[in-house]
Design a protein around this ligand. Structure first.
Ligand code: FES
Ligand SMILES: [Fe+2]
Length: 441
């Protein structure tokens, strides 16, 4: 057993620092998959990825290849992508439509969309007298132990026991409320397809970076400065600054001191919110039209509440990073101790005017996509961090910034005023990590 080889996990994590093996040891990675990713609620996808009966989309939970599939009853099921006969993967394509039922390409066993066995060729003659009978549950495609959907966002847990999805999400569910409420219809639609990026670093390095308010004005400064120069030239020529340039130039104009004005709210299970409204309410005709549509749908007061929701970023541990004001989501799928896949998605607000969607698309392309320098800046950091941690140059990772100044109330850790660059989110993630790892199987 792994825990016999790693007898004392507690020695790897202290409140303000973590040993480097936590990021580089393959046995610890296996244990994380078993005790964290394959137990907690993991985001599978959005229900609009599978709009029609038989539509499926493959995904991954921990080390398990999974399928999200829409049944004829409209329900979204999450199944292991595996045939119970001799183990062949059921769907080799990333997505598609299974038709009336799944049919394994190896020996033609067929299954309903909920995973139940439909037929085995010549079952009567082939299996008479064996224990392979129709009522044997092993004949079905295995289902995720639990599946829940919150406002169209589908999660699954591979463990039968544990908190329900809403209890698990706690206050971090605001990520989905904020995304959906910004739609006049209260719903969003996923925009196919996503960008997929494989980074050569441990999955925790990505998550720690998401609410690392210390890094943007350093790591992304050169990108921000270049954008600022062009922006000023455009302004000189046309008298206007395009909003898309502002998304990039902000990385040079928002300095470290300004980032300290933001605040993080750290919740149980490792979730965290970075506040600091992104201020995307210019008074141009497109925004004004959007606000009019929103006010018509919700009334003036509610519209104002929705548009002033103070969120920059929500991290849902251990696999999701959401920027709700711009309808962006990144799902983290660990592939190995030093290899991590991120899926970068964005959404369309149903019923909102097209220019508002173009704004989300601009942010998606300019800030989150692999073709932007912002993403390249981060990827370089991730790789360099993993390289450094793989060396004997030191044993510890430091999370000391603003340590001791956090204020804890009712299980929620708030960073103190002017401590937006605190490493409290990393400490909170490692606290959850330690609890999950200690809970074991
Ligand atoms: S492995 Fe699927 S039918 Fe044989
Ligand atoms: Fe970054």
């Amino acid at each position: 057993m792994l825990h016999e080889r790693i007898p004392n996990l507690a020695k790897f994590v202290e409140a303000d620092r973590v040993r480097r093996e936590v990021y580089t040891d393959a046995s610890i990675f296996e244990m994380e998959m078993e005790r964290i990713h394959e137990r907690v609620w993991i985001y599978c996808g959005h229900e609009t990825q599978v709009p029609k009966a038989g539509d499926y989309y493959t995904t991954q939970i921990g080390r398990q290849p999974m399928l999200m599939v829409r049944g004829k009853d409209g329900k979204v099921n999450v199944l292991y992508n595996r045939c119970p006969h001799r183990g062949s993967m059921m769907c080799g394509d990333r997505s598609g439509n299974a038709g009336e039922f799944f049919r394994c390409s190896y020996h033609s066993w067929t299954f309903h969309h909920d995973g139940k066995l439909r037929a085995i060729p010549m079952m009567e003659s082939g299996y008479a007298g064996t224990r392979w009978t129709r009522d044997n549950p092993d004949c079905n495609m295995k289902r995720a132990a639990r599946v829940e959907n919150y406002r169209g966002f589908v999660f699954a847990s591979l463990a039968a026991e544990g908190p329900g999805l809403l209890e698990f999400l706690g206050r971090s569910k605001v990520a989905f409320d904020d995304i959906c409420d910004r739609s006049p219809e209260g719903e969003v639609e996923i925009v196919p397809n996503c960008f997929r990026v494989i980074q050569h670093s441990n999955w925790k390095i990505f998550l720690e970076n998401q609410l690392d308010a210390l890094h943007p004005s350093v790591t992304h400064q050169s990108t921000g400065r270049a954008a600022r120069e062009v922006e000023l030239e455009i302004e000189k020529r046309t008298g206007k600054i395009p909003l898309s340039y502002h998304m990039l130039s902000a990385f040079s104009t928002v300095t470290i001191e300004k980032w300290d004005n933001f605040q993080t709210l750290n919740y149980p299970y490792g979730h965290c919110i970075l506040t600091g409204y992104m201020g995307l309410r210019p008074q141009d005709p497109d925004t004004l039209e959007y606000e009019r549509v929103l006010a018509k749908a919700y009334g003036e007061k509610r519209k104002e509440e929705i548009l002033t929701t103070n969120i920059h970023h929500v991290l849902i541990y251990p696999g999701l990073s959401v920027q709700s004001p711009l309808q962006q989501l990144r799902a983290v799928r660990p592939l190995g101790v030093d290899k991590t896949l991120t899926e970068i998605w964005h959404f369309r607000l149903k019923g909102a005017p097209e220019p508002i969607y173009r704004r989300a698309l601009a942010y998606y392309n300019l800030v989150n996509s692999p073709s932007t320098m912002i993403n390249a800046d981060d990827l370089e950091n991730f790789w360099k961090a993993h390289q450094g941690l793989s060396s004997d140059g030191g044993d510890w990772v430091s999370f000391h910034r603003h340590y001791g100044r956090d204020a804890e109330k009712d299980g929620i850790v708030e960073t103190a005023p002017n401590c937006g660059t605190s490493e409290a989110p990393m400490r909170n993630q490692m606290k959850a990590w330690t609890q999950y790892m200690a809970a074991g199987k």
